[in-house]
Design a protein around this ligand. Sequence first.
Ligand SMILES: NC(=O)c1ccc[n+]([C@@H]2O[C@H](COP(=O)([O-])OP(=O)(O)OC[C@H]3O[C@@H](n4cnc5c(N)ncnc54)[C@H](O)[C@@H]3O)[C@@H](O)[C@H]2O)c1
Ligand SMILES: O=c1ccn([C@@H]2O[C@H](COP(=O)(O)OP(=O)(O)O[C@H]3O[C@H](CO)[C@@H](O)[C@H](O)[C@H]3O)[C@@H](O)[C@H]2O)c(=O)[nH]1
Length: 415
Amino acid sequence: MNVGIIGTGYVGLVTGAVLSDIGHVVTCLDINEEKINRLKKGQSPIYEPGLDEILARNTATNRLYFTTNAQEAFAQADIIFIAVGTPQGKDGAADLSYIEQAAKDIAINVDHNVIVVVKSTVPVGTNDKVEEIILENMPPGLQVHVVSNPEFLREGHAINDTFYGDRIVIGAENSIARDKVESLFKSLNIPIVHTNRRSAEMIKYASNAFLAVKISYINQISNLCEAIGADVNAVADGVGMDHRIGRAFLNAGIGYGGSCFPKDTEALAYLARKNDVNLSIVQSAIQANGEQRHIFVQKVISYFKGELVGKKIAILGLAFKPNTDDMREAPAITIIEELLKKGAHIKAYDPIVKDVTSLNNKIKYANTKEQCVENVDAILIVTEWEEFVEADWKKIKMISKDAQVFDGRNILTNK
Ligand SMILES: NC(=O)c1ccc[n+]([C@@H]2O[C@H](COP(=O)([O-])OP(=O)(O)OC[C@H]3O[C@@H](n4cnc5c(N)ncnc54)[C@H](O)[C@@H]3O)[C@@H](O)[C@H]2O)c1
Ligand SMILES: O=c1ccn([C@@H]2O[C@H](COP(=O)(O)OP(=O)(O)O[C@H]3O[C@H](CO)[C@@H](O)[C@H](O)[C@H]3O)[C@@H](O)[C@H]2O)c(=O)[nH]1
């Protein structure tokens, strides 16, 4: 099939790469010229394991194209995906301006009947709105069907998650459009969930919020474990062996960050408030997550008896999680800013993130973890990169002359 994709971010680009890899002809559209120019030169604008190879393979076989021209992207398209951002807006609500613009772009640039698939994470009712906008603005006589197909990939595992996902959710009001979207994914052999558009939109938020609640729960249990002398890793292992609970997302630490959980939990809480529904569980998870990074900083402050002025602190890990270069809502930023405010000097090392615009000129960057921990008073583990998990910690402690280690990801329990 011929597919157009609006937005070449983590979701649009990975979706485009995988759909071309399973035989479709895909044209990816973005308004960011720099991104498209890089992609045309064969360079990925994001760090995502395995992505470069798939991009190279499918551009070489003429199944994957990149453009900033909407007419070119939609000219042959049977199906157009919307994969633009839905950042946090006012009062926690999702900002739908990119979605609305994408819908208008489709309406004024298509010259044939089309199926539009909304892959972005959007509040319940948005697919209806997208259909309305397109119908209002497209040439008379043309038809559009909008289908909801939320995305569940994790950054750092995006390719694998797309090829081997747990489920593909298709929310449709029209059975012909539904079947056509289903046939697009057929060769992936992933279980399909059929539902209406509103339920599909809700599945995405309910999934993310559940995972966020799970993390905040284990983090609060971890605080209690620390107070009473229990080991949260052992507790999580024991609890997680119950198949009704499961071990995944029970890793305690400094809390969740990233481009999804923070904004999606806020958007769901906003939706509940707007509809006068009590969603205090999600609200509490958000609050607990905000507190968790302050609790971590407080441990450092207490260790130095409240006096951080001039203290040299090494930060190991900047990205919000391993295997990504994404710094959106990374706990590292809040933690570093709080330490800077207290007068500490910060040196940071991350295997992939080499500078953070908002922190530049305020902190130093090291080229290696060894360089980072030289001549410091404390070491903070902020992201659980494999490089830190597998490191020779005896050597790290020796280089740092036994600087105090604060393990924000509980990776050193058995070391
Ligand atoms: N990042 C993830 O891991 C992930 C996973 C699942 C779902 N989601 C959801 O998917 C959506 C996209 O997320 P992302 O992280 O890929 O976003 P992103 O910010 O990385 O990328 C969005 C891209 O869309 C482009 N864009 C915006 N308006 C456009 C327009 N009118 N025409 C063409 N291009 C346009 C932007 O320039 C940008 O490159 C969001 O709703 C997000 O919540 C993200
Ligand atoms: O046990 C855990 C698991 C995760 N995290 C943190 O939670 C955040 C999110 O991690 P993860 O879910 O692995 O990454 P994302 O790429 O943000 O993926 C989430 O958000 C995406 C965007 O909606 C969804 O598609 C995915 O299914 C969902 O897992 C990160 O800060 C992790 O450090 C923990 O603190 N403990």
